[in-house]
Ligand binder design. Sequence first.
Ligand SMILES: Nc1ncnc2c1ncn2[C@@H]1O[C@H](COP(=O)(O)OP(=O)(O)O)[C@@H](O)[C@H]1O
Ligand SMILES: O=C(OP(=O)(O)O)[C@H](O)COP(=O)(O)O
Length: 405
Amino acid sequence: MCKKMTVGGIYMTKRTVKDLDVAGKKVIVRCDFNVPRKDGVITDDNRIVMALPTIKYLVENKAKVILMSHLGKVKTEEDKAKNNLECVAVRLQELLPDVKVTFCPVTRGEELENAVNALADGEIVLMQNTRYEKGESKNDPELGAYWASLGEVFVEDAFGSVHRAHASTVGIPTNIKENGLGFLVEKEVTMLGKAVDEPAHPFVAIIGGSKVSSKIDVVDNLLKKADKVIIGGGMAYTFSKAVGGSIGTSLVEDDKLDLAKEYLEKAGDKLVLPVDNVIADAFSEEANTSVADAGQIPDGWMGLDIGPKSVELFKETLAGAKTVVWNGPMGVFEMPKFAKGTEEVCKAISELPEAITVIGGGDSAAAAKQLGYADKFSHVSTGGGASLEYMEGKTLPGIAIISEK
Ligand SMILES: Nc1ncnc2c1ncn2[C@@H]1O[C@H](COP(=O)(O)OP(=O)(O)O)[C@@H](O)[C@H]1O
Ligand SMILES: O=C(OP(=O)(O)O)[C@H](O)COP(=O)(O)O
């Protein structure tokens, strides 16, 4: 059984919500409500539930609460329709039946300002998806200043997004000096600090999932800290193609092939890749499936899970580990046919005696929960990229900007 953690961590000199005077004030809270959904329905509300301690504290302390979050990636009008944040307001109201929760469907202008000004003490308004604004991801100074003008106090509680220097995570606190960390961010840095500031060895990191471009640099940095870095999930095919493997129609980011090749050459046997994959002839639960050795996926087929030989290899790599850090599922676990690799790795980690084990990321946490292993980890982090960047020792801009005590 994995070890339970006690507290540790850097960033403990930052102000927290408890250091702020919030009664009667308009308090902007940046949350990470980027929750997994299927056909518009929330499939895992963990990120909303984890934000509740800060929200409840502010409500109980008579703040006028303005919640902000992004949801998904928004590049087109169609993306806007797909990533409407209203479903989160509905869930939040269910979780807080005694509190008035209003949803504001716009991200600037009179309707938003009126909604904020109408707040009574202890009431909540959730603004539409911050990424409806093009300036959000560029940290447009005008946008950060505008959103800041809506409130008097700012609370950073979006742990999953603190590695992003965006208008809502950095622009707002740049303009509101009365700011502090929320309880979720405080807890995350405490737990991650204990796990990885001075990790016990052997230290094994596992990187999977689908966000190749945002996570490939992490691999290089983790290679300096960890004894082994396992690559699985959709990440693996970019590495496989980089060394000339056939990957069919598997997920790949061609502009990262050179980098993947460089990391492979540099890392030698420290980097552990799948040796086989469960393949499918369509991205569907109904697809025909088979197993193919890595780099030998036929045309028209795609890898959607690690295969049985990879499971054994990853188990061997994990044996004896004292610290395990994992972000990104081993396959498309949302479809039971492709969940086995993720489940087997969960199982192997849960059976490690005396290891500190951390799983992070919206989908990874959802996978651990769905497969029944969430309570087997020492810590389930709400942040994937954020927890990885913390572990790399990188500055997290959304935390760095917050005032010192
Ligand atoms: N082989 C694969 N091909 C395509 N998508 C994959 C593959 N393996 C995993 N995924 C997908 O990766 C997604 C999670 O990736 P990511 O966002 O990086 O993780 P997290 O949210 O935990 O940080 C899941 O939705 C999963 O279906
Ligand atoms: O889901 C998130 O990150 P994660 O997948 O690394 O856990 C965060 O909400 C950040 O989202 P982004 O990677 O679209 O900026």
